[in-house]
Design a protein around this ligand. Structure first.
Ligand SMILES: Cc1cc2nc3c(=O)[nH]c(=O)nc-3n(C[C@H](O)[C@H](O)[C@H](O)COP(=O)(O)OP(=O)(O)OC[C@H]3O[C@@H](n4cnc5c(N)ncnc54)[C@H](O)[C@@H]3O)c2cc1C
Length: 427
């Protein structure tokens, strides 16, 4: 059986240690007949469930492990603006109006995160401010141009921080300047996911944990098979992102799982805290570093990724390496948690949000921006299942090539390509 499921929350994660973990919800037994069945209980699936239940549909979420067990409960918690792909890319490939439309959808996605937190009173340590730091002098002009572009044409109030101001705000001399985005921010990702699950339940959705979907049979009248039962549904939403491999070849060929890693130090003293403004930060490296302070003043630092089915044996040592390049003063600081998770990327970093036939829809490949984009993707899938596919079509109409080598060779080709880009970061 490919999806054995049933894994508990990762014990080495700071998030598991600090979130109010609910009792396990029962696994599915018997046969159900519903309007919509959702595969995966992360931000995408839970948001879809919430919106559909609110619209009066009978909805079940089938989660192989626990809700928020995947990337949604393990990530860096950074809420970014716009799309993962830069406006310059959309402008060059399409035109400014198209680029503005996608940017606006990203802004709507950010607004959705805020309104879900507010409406359902989700306590998840939400804080404002993202600083995106530039690690090469030769990138500075491009980033300054982006500040001007966003202010002048996207109504987006970001500002440029010079080298000195960047050093003051980030507590390191490693950068040549930065973009400050006061409208973006950060949160405790597992608390947010658990809050979304409660919200979906409160709207009438049902959630089954430890319930891996092993097969979707007859796509024109879909039935999902799980170890203990079956679900027949008019619509099926596939929301398994980096963990769903093996279920749908079209998704596998276009969405590539990548592992990424985070370490949490012991709580730092006021004098040690490198981020006096409590913003979160990320940098311009291809294999991005990202960091922020937790509510209890630990440095949560994400850095390093791999493309295999296995995590490094010593994640703490793996992450400490990039951490020390930015903060050498933390050479001996205790790291109390170190964990990894699997996200998913597409070739051009624009999410895969598509109708696969009249009954089956999928969203995945948020390429490192799923804290903002995945809840909206769930909402877009819900709209499509309700017969309003306009926003889905905007994404689905962008050509999305498969990874070279298809799902069999994609990790080898990607590892080679990623290695090359990571090397370019260093020269
Ligand atoms: C270490 C790390 C750091 C990150 N940092 C950031 C960040 O700072 N900002 C940001 O925007 N994004 C970040 N991301 C990405 C972000 O976490 C994801 O894009 C987002 O959580 C995707 O949500 P999802 O619901 O689509 O997928 P997931 O949260 O991965 O949920 C998918 C769920 O589907 C379940 N599933 C899979 N297959 C099946 C099946 N067959 N049957 C039943 N269930 C199944 C899995 O068990 C899983 O729980 C990061 C990711 C990682 C791993």
């Amino acid at each position: 059986m490919k999806h054995a499921g049933g894994s508990p929350y990762p014990l080495d994660s700071y998030y598991t240690a600090t979130a109010p973990l609910p009792e396990e919800r029962p696994a599915l037994t018997g046969a159900l007949d519903v309007d919509v069945a959702i595969i995966g209980g992360g931000y995408t699936g839970l948001s879809a469930a919430l919106h559909l239940a609110k619209a009066g549909k009978t909805v079940v979420v089938l989660e192989a492990n626990r809700v928020g067990w995947g990337a949604s409960g393990r990530n860096g918690g950074q809420i970014h603006s716009g799309q993962r792909q830069e406006p310059e890319w959309f402008e060059a490939r399409y035109n400014r109006a198209m680029s503005q439309r996608f940017f606006k959808m990203g802004e709507d996605a950010k607004q959705l995160v805020h309104s879900l937190i507010q409406h359902y009173k989700i306590d998840c340590d939400l804080k404002p401010g993202v600083i995106q730091a530039v690690h090469k002098q030769r990138y500075v002009t491009d980033f300054q141009d982006q500040v001007a572009l966003l202010n002048d044409h996207y109504d987006h109030p970001v500002s440029w921080l010079d080298q000195e101001e960047t050093a003051n705000r980030l507590g390191t001399n490693a950068y040549f300047g930065a973009i400050f985005d006061p409208t973006a921010g950060h949160l405790h990702p597992l608390k947010f996911a658990l809050g979304l699950a409660e919200a979906a339940l409160s709207e009438g959705a049902a959630i089954y944990e430890n319930t891996p979907v092993q097969e979707i049979s007859d796509w024109n009248n879909p039935t999902l098979t799980t170890p203990g039962g079956t679900v027949r549904a008019d619509k099926v939403l596939v929301c398994g992102n980096g963990y769903v491999g093996g279920l749908i070849p079209k998704v596998d060929a276009r969405v590539m799982p990548i592992n990424n890693f985070i370490a949490a130090t012991r709580p730092l003293t006021e004098a040690e805290n490198p981020l006096p403004g409590d913003e979160c930060a990320s940098d311009s490296r291809f294999v991005v570093n990202y960091w922020r302070m937790s509510a209890d003043k630990r440095l949560l630092f994400g850095g390093g990724e791999n493309y295999s089915s296995k995590f490094p044996k010593n994640i703490e040592a793996f992450v400490r390496k990039p951490l020390l390049e930015i903060y050498p003063q933390f050479k001996d600081v205790e790291i109390e948690y170190a964990w990894g998770g699997t996200l998913a990327v597409t070739v051009h970093r624009v999410p895969f949000i598509q109708k696969l036939n009249d009954h089956v829809f999928a969203a995945a490949g948020f390429s490192g921006q799923g804290v903002t984009l995945a809840p909206m993707a769930g909402q877009i899938l819900a709209e499509a299942a309700l017969g309003q596919p306009e926003r889905l079509k905007l994404y689905a109409d962008l050509p999305l090539p498969p990874f070279p080598g298809g799902s069999l060779l994609r990790s080898t080709t990607l590892a080679l390509a990623m290695g090359w880009y990571a090397l370019r970061d260093r020269i």
